[in-house]
Design a protein. Structure first.
Length: 102
């Protein structure tokens, strides 16, 4: 399995929050805000409100992307190239779960 990542920037461990902790918290918060804004966009009662929400959504998306890039650049976020068998197995598992819901 091939990992795709950068050299990890070391941060202090302990009770106090460090840069990695802050960026992880911020990244999670921004992802949640994006999801919630998607709901707000679909339920906007008029075009003016929709455009206002859309600007907010775009801002959150840009901030989320920036946080992700910082995390990835510092080696705090890893990606892995998934083997075809892993993708196939996960797909089968999710399809089975979907069938069980019916």
């Amino acid at each position: 399995m091939n990992n795709i990542n950068n050299k990890k920037t070391e941060v202090p461990c302990g009770k106090c929050l460090n840069d990695k902790d802050y960026i992880t918290i911020l990244l999670t918060l921004l992802k949640d805000m994006e999801k919630n804004m998607t709901v707000a966009l679909t339920e906007a009662s008029n075009e003016k409100l929709y455009k206002h929400y859309k600007k907010m959504f775009d801002s959150y998306a840009e901030l989320q992307r920036s946080c992700y890039e910082i995390s990835f650049k510092n080696g705090w976020y890893k990606l892995e190239e998934a083997p075809k068998t892993k993708v196939t197995n996960l797909s089968k598992m999710l399809n089975n779960e979907l069938e069980n819901l019916k």
